[in-house]
Design a binder for this molecule. Structure first.
Ligand code: G4P
Length: 526
């Protein structure tokens, strides 16, 4: 198969949602529908496993499948799907954000009763940094939820993306009868728990079949009115608008009952973009190019703390990986031979024989690879768009043994390169301030400092509300700012200047007072 065909088959995506909307359930159904796992039946009692470190690990415990990884590759309808995990629960971290820079599209799951929730808003903001097409699934129609028109309004208002409903629900909760497919002009009938995973849904053609009147009763009038309304006043589906991230196709259903998923998935694999060209500093890299190029978006510490072995997740942007090939680690300026890269199949984790653009391979390393690092077959290709996001939580490190300051600095710098935390060093003192987007990140850092660097440290709260990277066209202005605002100015791990604001109000005031300074909430790695 040619490289172009290999690329065209691939769909690299993430599922974004607020915790509990149904991401894990949908992931599992994707695997079932695609035939990657065979175990049928509902996933009950997952709560017990909730405290596992990731949703997928919980699923693994429940189902005995191997998914303890942040990437899953599986076949679906003659495509190769690469699903990247964006942890939703307590292990929410900067990784979640960065993972979204490595996908070509996203599936957004919304709980019909809860609508747009905070985590969804945050994740959507991140997808906006690149133009990421979004496909929407409104879940849990088997329960009473909010009126569908209201949900679409909310998505449009809050997430600032136009909605093009593809299916439309008939009733909900106990009265849920199915969905009308606007493009097919067919009604898909809902049979509660009897809908089989991957099985064909029973359909009725059009809205005029007497059987439908019998099944839907009064809900048929509502359906007719609503469909008329969305067809007249709503947005029709437009592939270009979807691919440009301006419009989202919307599907309704019940993931746990396997309903509405077939329509969603069939459309998703058709419409979602294959691997896209990526901007590097010097030029755009096309996925079909012969030579391999890629960037690291995540580093995962290995389970075994004795060996400082880490796996760097490399998203391939072009070319082909073959076992034993040589590639250049651009930041280090070194050639490495990669014999033991791993791929992440849904049902097994194994040595990668080959991989193409859109695929993720895992490379073992001992701390030499950092987030944002790029690999190529020689050309100096630095991919942009692997950002640092302004943390939302800050803690000051308190060292138990002051003689360990050197080890502490080494430890936090390395953990920072891995993306486990961000470090800020104020200009006016020797404090070490850590920033994170998820609370669990601090626990992980404390534990790893202790076990891997022999540093016993605690953290204490500090009065910082947010961080902004500061830039100015005139260096002198920047210096003047730093001098005048000393207590709040720090350098990040890469040496860039950062303003640490004590409150939202303080940030607003400072921004007003310093119009020639740019305050950025995102900093690119390069
Ligand atoms: P998440 O990964 O986004 O956090 O969500 P997850 O799939 O774990 O689903 C959260 C809860 O919502 C689970 O219930 C799950 O069974 C339920 N759920 C998912 N899809 C549907 C649906 O279509 N309809 C209904 N009614 N519920 C759905 P739980 O009680 O937290 O876990 P469990 O004990 O049922 O496994």
């Amino acid at each position: 198969m040619s490289t172009a065909d290999q690329v065209a088959k691939r769909r690299t995506f993430a599922i974004i949602s607020h915790p509990d909307a149904g991401k894990t359930t949908l992931t599992e159904k994707l695997l079932l529908f695609g035939g990657a796992i065979q175990l049928a039946g509902t996933v009950k009692g997952r709560k017990a496993a909730r405290h596992a470190t990731s949703d997928w690990m919980a699923m693994e415990q429940q189902r005995g499948i191997s998914v303890t990884t942040s990437v899953m590759q599986f076949p679906y309808a003659e495509r190769i799907m690469n699903l990247l995990d964006t942890p939703g629960h307590e292990d929410f971290s900067e990784d979640t954000y960065r993972t979204l820079t490595a996908v070509d599209s996203a599936l957004m799951v919304i709980d019909a009763a809860r609508g747009v929730e905070p985590r969804t808003i945050k994740l959507m903001e991140v997808t906006r940094l690149r133009t990421t097409p979004i496909c929407t699934f409104i879940n849990k129609l088997d329960r009473d939820g909010r009126p569908p028109l209201e949900l679409l309004d909310e998505i449009e208002d809050i997430l600032k993306i136009r909605c093009a409903p593809i299916t439309w629900p008939i009733g909900m909760g106990r009265q849920f009868r199915g969905v009308y497919h606007l493009l097919e002009d067919k009604v898909h009938l809902y049979h509660g728990e009897d809908n089989e995973a991957g099985g064909k849904e029973e359909t009725i053609a059009g809205l005029d079949d007497p059987r439908l009147a019998e099944i839907a009763g009064q809900d048929l009038d509502t359906l007719r009115e609503e469909v008329e309304l969305v067809q007249a006043a709503g947005h029709g589906f437009d592939l270009d608008e979807y691919r440009a991230g301006r419009l989202t196709p919307v599907f309704f259903g019940s993931a746990i009952n396997n309903f509405g998923l077939q329509s969603l998935l069939d459309a998703f694999v058709e419409w979602a973009p294959p691997p896209q060209p990526r901007e590097a500093q010097s030029r755009a890299v096309e996925p079909g190019e012969d030579k391999l190029a890629g960037f690291v978006f995540k580093i995962q510490a290995n389970m075994d703390p004795q060996h400082r072995d880490r796996i760097a997740f490399l998203r391939l942007c072009s070319g082909r990986y073959t076992k034993g090939m040589k590639m250049r680690h651009l930041r280090a300026g070194k050639e490495i031979r990669v014999n033991d890269a791993i791929t992440f199949m849904a049902n097994r984790r194994g040595a990668a024989e080959d991989a193409w653009a859109g695929d993720i391979i895992g490379i073992h390393n001992h701390g030499t690879i950092a987030i944002g690092d790029c690999f190529s077959e020689g050309e100096d290709l630095r991919f942009s768009g692997i950002p640092n996001f302004a943390p939302e939580l800050f803690q000051r490190v308190v060292l138990r043994d002051p003689l360990k300051a050197k080890a502490l600095n080494k430890g936090v710098d390395q953990l920072c390169e891995e993306g486990a935390t961000q470090v800020f060093r104020p200009l006016h003192n020797n404090d070490v301030i850590l920033g994170a987007v998820g609370v669990l990140q601090f626990d992980v850092v404390a534990e790893r400092l202790r076990t891997e660097y022999g540093v016993s440290a605690t953290f204490e709260a500090i009065d910082v509300y947010t961080a902004r990277w500061i830039y100015a066209d005139d260096e002198r202005e920047l210096k003047r700012f730093a001098d005048r605002n000393t207590p709040g100015v720090a350098r990040d791990h890469g040496g860039a200047l950062v303003y640490l604001a004590a409150s939202r109000v303080k940030l607003d005031l400072t921004q007003e007072r310093w119009p020639d300074i740019r305050f950025e909430s995102v900093r690119e790695q390069y």
